[in-house]
Design a protein around this ligand. Sequence first.
Ligand code: AMP
Length: 143
Amino acid sequence: MTVAAMLAAKGGSVITASPGELVSKIVERLAENKIGAIVVTDDKDAVCGIVSERDIVRDIARSGSSILGQPVSKCMTANVISCAEEDTIDQVMAHMTKGRFRHLPVQKDGRLIGIISIGDVVKRKIEQAERDAEDLRNYIAAG
Ligand code: AMP
């Protein structure tokens, strides 16, 4: 399965923030949207960072709650790894495993066109395993 097929099923909408948005606002938006990360984009809509709940927890552990009053650019990861529509689910899993992160923005021609989370990957892998088991059962039953 490709990233394009996953996006066709789940849609391409992505929650984004600008670099100047306060971390306190990011926390609210993570909670409201029940998500674990927000992609940070500049005024030309280019991806310039990603902030996950882990970044915020890490900075609170390091320096206390003062981070909540800081712009998100202070705690985001600026070096974002993205994938492309033609990438496969196994390539996405390999990126996540190697980078030890759970979110992969999808970019096309420098534009953000979606995001794949580890939850999306696990859902697809379970569906595939169920299909494979069903095929095997049918094959055995056909004798
Ligand atoms: P996550 O597991 O996705 O919640 O993120 C764990 C750490 O990896 C955090 O520091 C994130 O900012 C960072 N991170 C998450 N996704 C990406 C990505 N696609 N590229 C680079 N860093 C990322």
